[in-house]
Design a binder for this molecule. Structure first.
Ligand code: PLP
Ligand code: COI
Length: 374
């Protein structure tokens, strides 16, 4: 059966909004939003987006509907063959109350690339942007106001067709859910310890590493468990072929900073092309840093720290923003990053600049923000 995976010529979709009768009251919502640490991904808003796709009808029946369970046939292809992709971006509340998001067209484009790799239909960028605006139109009050909090948006798409043969599904649904979020790591911006996995890899050449798909995260969990057992917050993966080149963390990209103002980050076809990473590299270039996106070995990191050449390392991603790395631990060795005052950390000053733009405190000179509530 031929399956058309190209984006349909985009015509505007007619949205249906079904209000949640059991939506939280203003007081209930405020209580949830103000109940101390929001953490990450623990509470959800009152509504969600749902758009259907079928081979015959393309994208259709776009809806905002009450947040709630999704009915799936036990034979739904996603439950068996993991044909799924997702995205992650945030809505930020500015001081004047307006709501903005950061480079959403990049998330839309990445979701299209992920979808191509997973033989899923591509959601046109206009539909992606509209889906987020529609959700914010009903759940905008869930975008928190406390410093450094945001509403994390999670678009995702999966194979819903009930069919056990192994082939791309002819019925797919796209959803967006939203979750008020604070810091991803419990220690906030305090430097984190990272576990270097020498047993497990995440992805290899020609695999799905550069797609944002559940399988990559499933592959990371056992290593993540090892990280927790060793007192680490995240796991760092090396390349699958030689086991010596840096790839990325379970849910973030990794960057090294040198004394002579270089930022070094791995170049590999099996890691996720991070939008935070791309933005941070841009901001660093603006400051006169040289950016090196190239293969980088764990030995180079170790020797660079020993020689005093590498002075900082950090993790970056939508959920984690920018978080300094204090040490790398592995079964065989450790790398201890030099102790630096927070005020001297490039990672933290880049974080301040990035979040300054996202929260509207600093001029958006690259045109990265999109308003969601107007
Ligand atoms: N790498 C992985 C595996 C991720 O899950 C993420 C988070 O989305 C990133 C990198 C960083 O990507 P972004 O900055 O676009 O959030
Ligand atoms: C994100 O940052 O959006 C991610 O998907 C990473 C994950 C740790 C939640």
């Amino acid at each position: 059966m031929a399956i058309n995976l190209l984006p349909m010529a985009t015509q505007s979709l007619l949205w249906q909004v079904i209000r949640n009768d059991a939506a939280k009251t203003d007081e209930e919502r405020q209580e949830l939003l103000n109940s101390g640490e929001l953490g990450f991904g623990k509470i959800f808003t009152d509504h969600m987006v749902d758009i259907c796709w079928s081979e015959r009808g393309g994208w259709h029946r776009p809806r905002v509907q009450p947040y709630g369970p999704i009915a799936l046939d036990p034979a739904a292809a996603v439950l068996h063959y993991a044909q799924e992709v997702f995205e992650g971006l945030k809505a930020y509340r500015h001081a004047d109350g307006s709501i903005w998001t950061f480079r959403p067209e990049q998330n839309a484009a990445r979701m299209q690339r992920s979808a191509r790799r997973l033989a899923l239909p591509e959601l046109p960028t206009e539909y992606f942007l509209e889906s987020i605006k529609q959700l914010i139109a009903v759940d905008g009050a869930w975008v928190p106001t406390a410093p450094e909090t945001s509403l994390y948006l999670r678009p995702f798409m999966f194979a819903k067709e009930a069919f056990l043969g192994v082939r791309p599904a002819a019925k797919v649904n796209y959803y967006v859910i939203a979750s008020p979020a604070g810091a991803y790591f419990t220690g906030g911006v305090a430097p984190v310890s990272i576990w270097l996995s020498t047993t497990y890899t995440r992805a290899g050449h020609g695999g799905m590493g550069s797609a944002k798909t559940g399988g990559n995260y499933a592959a990371s969990l056992v290593a993540q468990q090892e990280a927790y057992e060793n007192g680490c917050a995240q796991v760092l993966f090396l390349d699958a072929q030689e086991g010596k080149y840096l790839e990325e963390l379970g849910g973030m990209n990794v960057v090294l900073v040198t004394r002579d103002k270089r930022l070094i980050t791995p170049d590999s076809d099996s890691i996720l092309e991070g939008i935070t990473l791309d933005s941070v590299l841009r901001l660093a270039r603006d400051r006169g840093y040289t950016v090196e996106q190239r293969p980088v070995t764990i030995d180079e990191w170790r020797q660079g720290v020993d020689s005093g050449d590498i002075i900082e390392a950090f993790a970056c991603g939508t959920a984690a923003v920018i978080t300094p790395i204090s040490e790398i631990k592995s079964a065989e060795f450790g790398i201890w990053m030099p102790e630096i005052d927070a005020s001297d950390r490039v990672a933290l000053s880049l974080r301040d600049e990035l979040t300054g733009i996202q929260y509207g405190r600093i001029e958006d000179r690259h045109g990265w923000l999109t308003r969601l509530d107007a």
